[in-house]
Design a protein around this ligand. Structure first.
Ligand SMILES: C[S@@+](CC[C@H](N)C(=O)[O-])C[C@H]1O[C@@H](n2cnc3c(N)ncnc32)[C@H](O)[C@@H]1O
Length: 308
C-alpha cells in the first residue's frame, strides 16, 4: 500500500497516480449491512433525507470511510490543519473527518462540518457528543454557506461535488469563506475510470457506463483540475488514486454493481440472460479468488488567491 505524497511540497501543477490496494476487509459482507442495502446509486446522495433511508446512507459512508482510510488520512496531511486554525468540511456526512480535523486544530482552533441532510448532521452531533474537541456542525447548503467571507484557514469537500447540480457554484462559495491564501482540498470519484475483469467486455462496459450515467457528475474527478484552474486557485495540484478491490462484496458496495445491473436490464441496455451470466461469472471469480475491480478518486489541492 503506497501513501500519498504531500502535494503541498511540490511546486506548480502536478498530476500523478498513486495506487492503494484493498484486500481482506470483512465488514462489507456482514449480513446486517447487506440486509440494509437500498438503492444508493445515482442522485440519491443529493437529498438523503428525502429517500427515507438515511440509516443505509450512514452505513454506506461508514464502510466507504474504512475503505478510503489511507486516502482520507493523506488528504488531511495535504490540507495541513494546524493548531488554532478554523477548518471546514463541506458535505461532511456523519462527521468522522470533522472529528479528525478537530484533533489537529485543538485546542484553540475549531473544525466545522456542514451537510444538507438533517439526518447526517444529527448523526455527526451524536458521534461528537462526549468528545472533548473543538467542533461544530450545521445543517446547510454547499452553495449558501452560512459564514462570513474570509473566515476559514482551510476547507475540504470529500465526494460532494459529484452529487451537485452546480459544482462550480459550490467551489466559488468555498473560496468565498476561505481567507486569502487559504487551502482548499476537494476529493471526488471518477465513475468513468472503473476497471473490472470479466470475459464479457460488452456487458461490463454497459454496466459501468450505466453506473457513471446515474451519477449527476460522473466525471467529477477528472474535472477538478480544470475547475480549480478556471476558479483562479493558485498552486493547483491534482493526484489520481486507484483503489483496487479483490472481493465482489466490496466492489458491489462501492460501485452498486447489482443495483446498477438491474437498472441496465430494466432500461434494455443489456439482456437479462447476459446480466445473470455476467454476475455469475463475477461471483465465481470471487470464490476462486480471481475477482478484480479498480475505481479511481482524484484529490485536488489549491489556494485562494491572496489579495494584493
Ligand atoms: C458521498 S457523501 C460524502 C460524505 C463525507 N464527505 C464523507 O467523506 O464521508 C456526500 C454528502 O454530501 C451531502 N450533500 C449532498 N448535497 C449537498 C448540498 N447541496 N449541500 C451540502 N451537502 C450536501 C450529502 O448529504 C452527503 O452527506
Amino acid at each position: 500500500m503506497q501513501l500519498l505524497t504531500d502535494l503541498s511540497e511540490t511546486a506548480g501543477t502536478a498530476i500523478c497516480r498513486i495506487d492503494v490496494f484493498i484486500d481482506g476487509l470483512g465488514a462489507l459482507c456482514q449480513p446486517d449491512f447487506m440486509k440494509q442495502r437500498v438503492d444508493l446509486s445515482g442522485t440519491a446522495f443529493g437529498d438523503v433525507d428525502q429517500t427515507g433511508h438515511a440509516v443505509s446512507f450512514i452505513s454506506y459512508l461508514d464502510e466507504a470511510t474504512s475503505q478510503f482510510k489511507v486516502l482520507k488520512d493523506s488528504t488531511h496531511s495535504v490540507l495541513r490543519p494546524r493548531p488554532g486554525e478554523r477548518v471546514l468540511d463541506v458535505g461532511c456526512g456523519s462527521g468522522d473527518d470533522v472529528r479528525e480535523l478537530a484533533a489537529m486544530v485543538a485546542p484553540n482552533g475549531c473544525a466545522f462540518g456542514i451537510d444538507k441532510s438533517e439526518s447526517m448532521i444529527e448523526e455527526a452531533r451524536r458521534r461528537a457528543a462526549g468528545c472533548d474537541l473543538p467542533m461544530q456542525f450545521e445543517r446547510g447548503e454547499a452553495v449558501r454557506l452560512p459564514w462570513q467571507s474570509d473566515y476559514f484557514n482551510a476547507c475540504r469537500a470529500d465526494r460532494l461535488l459529484q452529487h451537485l447540480p452546480e459544482p462550480d457554484r459550490a467551489l466559488n462559495e468555498m473560496l468565498r469563506v476561505l481567507k486569502p491564501g487559504g487551502r482548499l482540498v476537494v476529493v471526488d470519484r471518477d465513475w468513468g475510470m472503473v476497471a473490472l475483469d470479466s470475459p464479457d467486455s460488452a456487458t461490463t462496459q454497459a454496466v459501468l457506463n450505466r453506473a457513471c450515467a446515474g451519477i449527476r457528475n460522473g466525471w467529477m474527478g477528472r474535472r477538478l483540475h480544470g475547475l480549480f484552474k478556471r476558479a483562479s486557485l493558485t498552486g493547483v495540484q491534482v493526484q489520481a488514486h486507484a483503489i483496487t478491490i479483490t472481493r465482489f462484496d466490496i466492489a458491489d458496495t462501492l460501485l452498486d454493481l447489482r443495483i446498477v445491473t438491474e437498472h441496465a436490464v430494466r432500461e434494455r441496455r443489456i439482456a437479462h440472460q447476459a446480466a445473470d451470466a455476467w454476475l455469475d461469472d463475477l461471483l465465481e471469480r470471487d470464490s476462486a479468488g480471481t475477482f478484480l475491480a479498480t475505481l479511481t478518486l482524484y484529490v485536488a489541492l489549491g489556494h485562494k488567491r491572496a489579495t494584493v
